[in-house]
Design a protein around this ligand. Structure first.
Ligand code: HEC
Ligand code: HEC
Length: 357
């Protein structure tokens, strides 16, 4: 009865008008579901449909423009670095390095988190300092050790000189005649909106875990991975912060915790504290989602754990003791089989449908 009402309500509210398109002839299809007054991106198995912000609705043209910008090294000062340099979709959306390298080989202090599924986070960056994908995308362009543009104005001026962008921005953001003639189509906000729209298509689920958990395929996980799931949700306490829901799993509580990573350094990165200035947030970092985790070594905000076995050892020992350690982190006393099982489970989170490009 309840289910029936739900289905009815859904049918009434979201008269399903879908735009089906293939961005620039790529294999991945992005389906936008129109809801009353808004949009959602249809998610793959195991992920919830993604809400699109009302002030940045998606169109195929906007996504295609965002994609072009994401891969364009001209967004950097010396034409050497694009978003994709540090967020390579072939590497699960990270860069495979402990910390990132920007223009002129400069190294930052943190590891590049994946852009794939980043749209599900309430806030962006390891310390959550950007409120949205739109807000995030402007940062790296002017970060001196990432893309190194002296200012957003300089970046925008450079794009205004490129004919293909003049056309594309006009098509996507062009004002309504005659006032459109008086406004600029290429602005840093529009750059960020286009890139964010593209990032909302980078959704990846449908892993063996999803097919087992949400697709009714009991054979999708091998016995070791099944045991790992039990440890993950039980004795290991992992699901406390990397939750698994009844219909979908983001593997992040969208919250910040101190595990002690890097806290033994003389001048540790204080993470969330830099944003809130609250004592309790010292050394706390955002819980990463764990999808495609096997593709994005090394691990943790500083890339200090080389592989999944090392991560599991780290948790088994109870993290790294420090005054701000999360209460949920304690020695686990796992057997060697349980450790192997956890790693096997983490490997089952790799999707067969990583977005292509
Ligand atoms: C030089 C490498 C580099 C470049 C270039 C770069 N990023 Fe990043 N990106 C990083 C690093 C490192 C972080 C984490 C920084 C932090 O948390 O303080 C990050 C964080 C992010 C996040 C947050 C993800 C999360 O889980 O919180 C997103 C989204 C993102 N970048 C998108 C982009 C986009 C879009 C571009 C291009 C406009 C870009 N990045 C360019 C290295 C890079
Ligand atoms: C108290 C919350 C909490 C618990 C419990 C927890 N995690 Fe985490 N996990 C985090 C946070 C926060 C990070 C990032 C920490 C950092 O970089 O400083 C993280 C990082 C990770 C990473 C690395 C992700 C990446 O992209 O680098 C893996 C893998 C992981 N956790 C798996 C597990 C497993 C397996 C367990 C159970 C044994 C577990 N976690 C328990 C909060 C938690």
């Amino acid at each position: 009865m309840n289910l029936c009402m739900n289905v009815l309500r859904k049918l009434l509210l979201s008269f399903i008008f879908t735009i089906l398109y293939t961005a620039q002839g790529e294999a991945q299809q992005c389906v936008i579901i129109k809801t009353d007054g808004g949009q959602k991106v249809k998610a793959p198995l195991g992920l919830p449909d993604l809400e699109v912000p009302k002030d940045n609705l998606m169109t195929p043209e906007k996504v295609a423009l965002g994609k072009r910008l994401y891969f364009d090294t001209r967004l950097s000062l010396d034409d050497t670095v694009s978003c994709a340099s540090c967020h390579d979709l072939r590497l699960g959306g990270g860069d495979g390095r402990p910390v990132s390298t920007g223009i002129k080989g400069q190294k930052g202090g943190r590891s590049a988190p994946p852009t794939i599924n980043a749209a599900y986070f309430n806030v962006q960056f390891w310390d959550g300092r950007a409120p949205s994908l739109e807000g995030q995308a402007k940062g790296p362009i002017v970060n001196p050790i990432e893309m190194g543009m002296p200012s957003h104005e300089v970046a925008v001026e450079k794009l205004r000189d490129i004919e293909e962008y003049q056309k594309a921005f006009k098509e996507v953001f062009g004002g309504i005649f005659p006032f459109g003639l008086l406004t600029e189509d290429i602005t840093i906000d529009n750059v960020a909106m286009a890139i964010a729209s593209y990032e909302r298509t980078l959704l990846s689920g449908n892993s063996p875990f999803d097919r087992y958990m949400y697709g009714g395929e009991k054979g999708a996980l091998n016995p070791m991975a099944k045991m790992g799931l039990v440890v993950f949700s039980g004795k290991g306490g992992c699901a406390l912060c990397h939750p698994i829901g009844p219909d979908s799993a983001l593997f992040t509580d969208n919250n910040f915790h101190n595990l002690g990573v890097g806290m033994d350094r003389p001048d540790p990165d204080l993470g969330r504290y830099n944003v809130t200035k609250q004592e309790k947030d010292k050394g706390a970092f955002k819980t990463p989602g764990l999808r495609n985790i096997a593709l994005t070594a090394p691990y943790m905000h500083d890339g200090s754990e080389p592989n999944l076995e090392a991560v599991v050892e780290f948790y088994d020992k109870g993290g790294r003791p420090n005054p701000y350690l999360s209460h949920a982190i304690r020695p686990l006393d796992l057997t060697s089989t349980e450790k192997t099982a956890l790693v096997e489970f983490l490997k089952s989170l790799t999707s067969s449908d990583i977005p292509e490009f």
